[in-house]
Design a protein around this ligand. Sequence first.
Ligand code: COA
Length: 146
Amino acid sequence: MVMDTRVVEKNDVEGAMIVEKLTREIFPRFIVWTWESVLSYINRGSKVFVGYDGNKPVGFIFLRKFHEDFWELTLIGVLDNHRGKGIGKSLLKEALKTIKGEIHLHVQTHNTTAISLYEKFGFQKEKLIKGFYSDGSDAYLMILRR
Ligand SMILES: CC(C)(COP(=O)(O)OP(=O)(O)OC[C@H]1O[C@@H](n2cnc3c(N)ncnc32)[C@H](O)[C@@H]1OP(=O)(O)O)[C@@H](O)C(=O)NCCC(=O)NCCS
Protein backbone atom coordinates (compact mmCIF):
# COMPACT_ATOMS: atom_id res chain seq x y z
CA MET A 1 0.00 0.00 0.00
CA VAL A 2 1.32 3.44 -0.95
CA MET A 3 -0.12 5.82 1.63
CA ASP A 4 -0.15 9.54 1.21
CA THR A 5 -1.77 12.37 3.15
CA ARG A 6 -2.60 15.69 1.53
CA VAL A 7 -3.97 18.92 2.93
CA VAL A 8 -6.99 20.47 1.25
CA GLU A 9 -5.89 24.00 0.41
CA LYS A 10 -7.96 27.17 0.46
CA ASN A 11 -10.22 27.44 -2.63
CA ASP A 12 -9.50 23.79 -3.54
CA VAL A 13 -12.93 22.87 -4.91
CA GLU A 14 -11.84 19.42 -6.07
CA GLY A 15 -10.41 18.60 -2.62
CA ALA A 16 -13.59 19.80 -0.89
CA MET A 17 -15.70 17.64 -3.25
CA ILE A 18 -13.61 14.61 -2.30
CA VAL A 19 -14.33 15.34 1.37
CA GLU A 20 -18.07 15.68 0.70
CA LYS A 21 -18.06 12.30 -1.08
CA LEU A 22 -16.08 10.64 1.73
CA THR A 23 -18.45 11.97 4.42
CA ARG A 24 -21.42 10.50 2.52
CA GLU A 25 -19.70 7.12 2.20
CA ILE A 26 -18.30 6.90 5.73
CA PHE A 27 -21.15 8.56 7.69
CA PRO A 28 -24.22 7.86 5.50
CA ARG A 29 -26.76 8.19 8.30
CA PHE A 30 -25.37 11.11 10.24
CA ILE A 31 -23.51 13.67 8.22
CA VAL A 32 -24.68 15.88 5.40
CA TRP A 33 -21.79 18.12 4.44
CA THR A 34 -21.63 19.97 1.16
CA TRP A 35 -18.33 20.80 -0.50
CA GLU A 36 -19.27 24.48 -0.24
CA SER A 37 -19.50 24.31 3.55
CA VAL A 38 -16.25 22.32 3.76
CA LEU A 39 -14.49 24.94 1.65
CA SER A 40 -15.92 27.81 3.63
CA TYR A 41 -14.46 26.33 6.85
CA ILE A 42 -11.09 25.79 5.16
CA ASN A 43 -11.08 29.34 3.83
CA ARG A 44 -11.59 30.54 7.43
CA GLY A 45 -8.60 28.56 8.73
CA SER A 46 -9.91 25.08 9.55
CA LYS A 47 -7.66 22.19 8.49
CA VAL A 48 -8.68 19.19 6.41
CA PHE A 49 -6.42 16.34 5.28
CA VAL A 50 -7.31 13.52 2.91
CA GLY A 51 -5.59 10.14 3.13
CA TYR A 52 -4.88 8.24 -0.12
CA ASP A 53 -4.25 4.61 -0.85
CA GLY A 54 -2.37 5.03 -4.12
CA ASN A 55 -4.59 7.45 -6.08
CA LYS A 56 -7.76 6.59 -4.20
CA PRO A 57 -9.00 8.93 -1.44
CA VAL A 58 -9.88 6.65 1.48
CA GLY A 59 -10.17 8.88 4.56
CA PHE A 60 -10.09 12.37 5.95
CA ILE A 61 -9.70 14.42 9.10
CA PHE A 62 -11.40 17.74 9.79
CA LEU A 63 -10.16 20.12 12.47
CA ARG A 64 -12.21 23.21 13.09
CA LYS A 65 -10.36 26.32 14.13
CA PHE A 66 -11.89 28.43 16.87
CA HIS A 67 -8.70 30.29 17.62
CA GLU A 68 -4.97 29.86 16.80
CA ASP A 69 -4.60 27.89 20.06
CA PHE A 70 -8.02 26.25 20.29
CA TRP A 71 -9.29 23.62 17.89
CA GLU A 72 -11.98 20.96 17.62
CA LEU A 73 -11.36 17.59 16.02
CA THR A 74 -14.79 17.55 14.40
CA LEU A 75 -14.55 14.37 12.32
CA ILE A 76 -12.17 11.65 11.27
CA GLY A 77 -13.16 8.73 9.07
CA VAL A 78 -11.69 6.00 6.91
CA LEU A 79 -13.60 3.90 4.36
CA ASP A 80 -14.74 0.62 5.87
CA ASN A 81 -12.52 -1.64 3.75
CA HIS A 82 -9.41 0.48 4.38
CA ARG A 83 -9.56 0.52 8.18
CA GLY A 84 -6.92 -0.97 10.44
CA LYS A 85 -4.05 -0.12 8.06
CA GLY A 86 -2.70 2.93 9.87
CA ILE A 87 -4.55 5.56 7.81
CA GLY A 88 -6.35 7.08 10.82
CA LYS A 89 -3.02 7.37 12.66
CA SER A 90 -1.30 9.00 9.65
CA LEU A 91 -4.11 11.53 9.27
CA LEU A 92 -4.03 12.50 12.94
CA LYS A 93 -0.24 12.65 13.02
CA GLU A 94 -0.11 14.89 9.94
CA ALA A 95 -2.85 17.19 11.24
CA LEU A 96 -1.22 17.59 14.66
CA LYS A 97 2.02 18.71 13.04
CA THR A 98 0.32 21.72 11.48
CA ILE A 99 -1.59 23.13 14.44
CA LYS A 100 -0.71 24.15 17.96
CA GLY A 101 -2.65 24.49 21.18
CA GLU A 102 -5.55 22.65 22.73
CA ILE A 103 -7.81 20.28 20.80
CA HIS A 104 -11.24 19.18 21.99
CA LEU A 105 -13.41 16.42 20.59
CA HIS A 106 -16.56 14.45 21.35
CA VAL A 107 -16.79 10.73 20.78
CA GLN A 108 -19.50 8.15 21.39
CA THR A 109 -18.62 6.22 24.54
CA HIS A 110 -18.97 2.89 22.70
CA ASN A 111 -16.56 3.89 19.89
CA THR A 112 -13.61 2.06 21.43
CA THR A 113 -11.60 2.11 18.18
CA ALA A 114 -11.68 5.90 17.93
CA ILE A 115 -11.07 6.34 21.68
CA SER A 116 -8.03 4.09 21.48
CA LEU A 117 -6.72 6.10 18.50
CA TYR A 118 -7.21 9.41 20.33
CA GLU A 119 -5.57 8.12 23.51
CA LYS A 120 -2.51 7.07 21.49
CA PHE A 121 -1.99 10.73 20.63
CA GLY A 122 -2.43 11.93 24.22
CA PHE A 123 -6.13 12.89 24.31
CA GLN A 124 -7.63 12.35 27.74
CA LYS A 125 -11.23 11.69 28.73
CA GLU A 126 -12.35 14.85 30.46
CA LYS A 127 -16.07 14.41 30.97
CA LEU A 128 -18.96 12.00 30.30
CA ILE A 129 -21.88 13.80 28.67
CA LYS A 130 -25.14 11.84 28.89
CA GLY A 131 -27.46 11.96 25.85
CA PHE A 132 -25.07 14.16 23.86
CA TYR A 133 -26.04 12.74 20.45
CA SER A 134 -29.43 13.05 18.74
CA ASP A 135 -29.98 9.28 19.05
CA GLY A 136 -29.63 9.61 22.84
CA SER A 137 -26.17 8.06 23.06
CA ASP A 138 -23.51 9.36 25.44
CA ALA A 139 -20.26 11.12 24.61
CA TYR A 140 -16.91 11.65 26.17
CA LEU A 141 -15.38 15.06 25.89
CA MET A 142 -11.69 14.36 25.24
CA ILE A 143 -8.96 17.00 25.31
CA LEU A 144 -5.38 17.12 24.08
CA ARG A 145 -3.44 19.81 25.94
CA ARG A 146 -0.05 20.81 24.52
C1 COA B 1 -11.66 5.56 13.95
C2 COA B 1 -11.03 5.34 12.56
C3 COA B 1 -10.92 6.70 11.87
C4 COA B 1 -9.65 4.74 12.71
O1 COA B 1 -9.02 4.69 11.44
P1 COA B 1 -8.09 3.45 11.00
O2 COA B 1 -7.39 3.84 9.76
O3 COA B 1 -8.90 2.23 10.96
O4 COA B 1 -7.09 3.41 12.24
P2 COA B 1 -5.58 2.90 12.26
O5 COA B 1 -5.44 1.69 11.40
O6 COA B 1 -4.67 4.05 11.98
O7 COA B 1 -5.45 2.46 13.78
C5 COA B 1 -5.28 3.46 14.76
C6 COA B 1 -5.58 2.91 16.14
O8 COA B 1 -6.97 2.72 16.28
C7 COA B 1 -7.18 1.57 17.10
N1 COA B 1 -7.85 0.54 16.32
C8 COA B 1 -7.84 0.38 14.97
N2 COA B 1 -8.61 -0.67 14.63
C9 COA B 1 -9.12 -1.15 15.80
C10 COA B 1 -10.01 -2.21 16.12
N3 COA B 1 -10.55 -2.99 15.17
N4 COA B 1 -10.34 -2.39 17.42
C11 COA B 1 -9.82 -1.60 18.39
N5 COA B 1 -8.96 -0.59 18.15
C12 COA B 1 -8.63 -0.38 16.87
C13 COA B 1 -5.83 1.11 17.57
O9 COA B 1 -5.52 1.83 18.76
C14 COA B 1 -4.95 1.56 16.44
O10 COA B 1 -3.62 1.72 16.80
P3 COA B 1 -2.58 0.48 16.62
O11 COA B 1 -2.61 0.12 15.17
O12 COA B 1 -1.28 1.07 17.03
O13 COA B 1 -3.08 -0.60 17.49
C15 COA B 1 -11.90 4.37 11.68
O14 COA B 1 -12.10 3.20 12.42
C16 COA B 1 -13.24 4.92 11.24
O15 COA B 1 -13.35 5.58 10.23
N6 COA B 1 -14.31 4.61 12.00
C17 COA B 1 -15.65 5.06 11.64
C18 COA B 1 -15.82 6.52 11.81
C19 COA B 1 -15.58 6.96 13.24
O16 COA B 1 -16.04 6.32 14.18
N7 COA B 1 -14.86 8.09 13.39
C20 COA B 1 -14.52 8.63 14.71
C21 COA B 1 -15.58 9.47 15.29
S1 COA B 1 -15.90 10.88 14.32
